[in-house]
Design a protein around this ligand. Structure first.
Ligand code: ADP
Ligand code: MG
Length: 243
């Protein structure tokens, strides 16, 4: 079977800052993998290497069997199948929610305006903000903006969704709505890689949890193994701080 994601001996340096020091892991289609670990451990860099927003210094990255790190890889074509949701929602402030979800469909997938609008409305409904189509980002709460950002990614029909701390910028009372949407996506079988500090979400939804520290994977396993019965002192120390 082809892995949804395969990372082999991945290294990334920024100047002489060696951030990723040999990462190996795979994600199978339909799996949810949560990546946890202290700030600065390289979680965002790893996620960004998976869709080549950062170019690895060494090692290989495959998405759905295609090597992104190959010199001849058509990165844009592969990236079209990968949705990314950031901590900061990155919506276009001058476009409405509906327009934010339409624009890449029209520009990248060359969908007609009519088709893009139908798909945008479907996805905004799906994440519970269908009534906000005409609203501008500044008129939406953080939780609503993040759900628009998720709808925007989903409208591109991704095979894989990458989330980088999608709830970290939200007021606590708005976190639940976003996690509910992510839980629903997971239940529908979406392949997801989620960097998060939400241990409740990781416990409930993740098939696997990966604990990173200092640019390496310290341990990985099921949520009950890594969160429930961590084997390494570094994992225990981290969990004591976030739980
Ligand atoms: P995490 O997401 O786990 O907090 P990051 O991947 O953001 O960690 O950062 C890991 C290290 O890489 C940090 O030391 C950070 O300063 C460095 N880093 C990340 N992105 C860049 C960049 N674009 N340029 C230089 N250094 C970076
Ligand atoms: Mg980060």
């Amino acid at each position: 079977m082809t892995h949804a994601v395969e990372v082999r001996d991945l290294h990334k340096s920024f100047g002489d800052n060696h951030v990723l020091k040999g990462i190996d892991f795979t994600i199978e289609p339909g799996q949810v993998v949560c990546v946890i670990g202290p700030s600065g451990s390289g979680k965002s860099t790893l996620l960004r290497c998976v869709n080549m927003l950062e170019t690895p210094t060494r090692g290989k990255v495959f998405v759905a069997g295609t090597e992104l790190t190959h010199p001849d890889a058509d990165i844009d074509r592969i990236r079209r199948h990968v949705g990314m949701v950031f901590q900061q929602f990155n919506l276009f402030p001058h476009l409405t929610a509906l327009q934010n979800v339409m624009i890449s469909q029209q520009r990248v997938l060359k969908r007609s305006k009519k088709e893009a609008e139908i798909i945008a409305r479907e996805n905004l409904d799906k994440v519970g903000v269908g009534a906000k189509c005409p609203a501008y980002p500044s008129e939406l709460s953080g939780g609503q903006q993040q759900r628009v950002a998720i709808a925007r990614a989903l409208a591109m029909n991704p095979d894989l969704m990458l989330f980088d701390e999608p709830t970290s910028a939200l007021d606590p009372e708005l976190v639940g709505d976003v996690l509910t949407v992510m839980r629903k996506l997971a239940e529908e079988g979406m392949t997801m890689m989620v960097v998060t500090h939400e241990m409740g979400f990781a416990r409930e939804v993740a098939d696997r949890v990966v604990f990173m520290d200092g640019g390496v994977i310290v341990e990985e396993g099921t949520p009950s193994q890594v969160i429930g019965a961590p084997q390494h002192e570094r994992t225990r120390t981290f969990l004591k701080r976030v739980l």
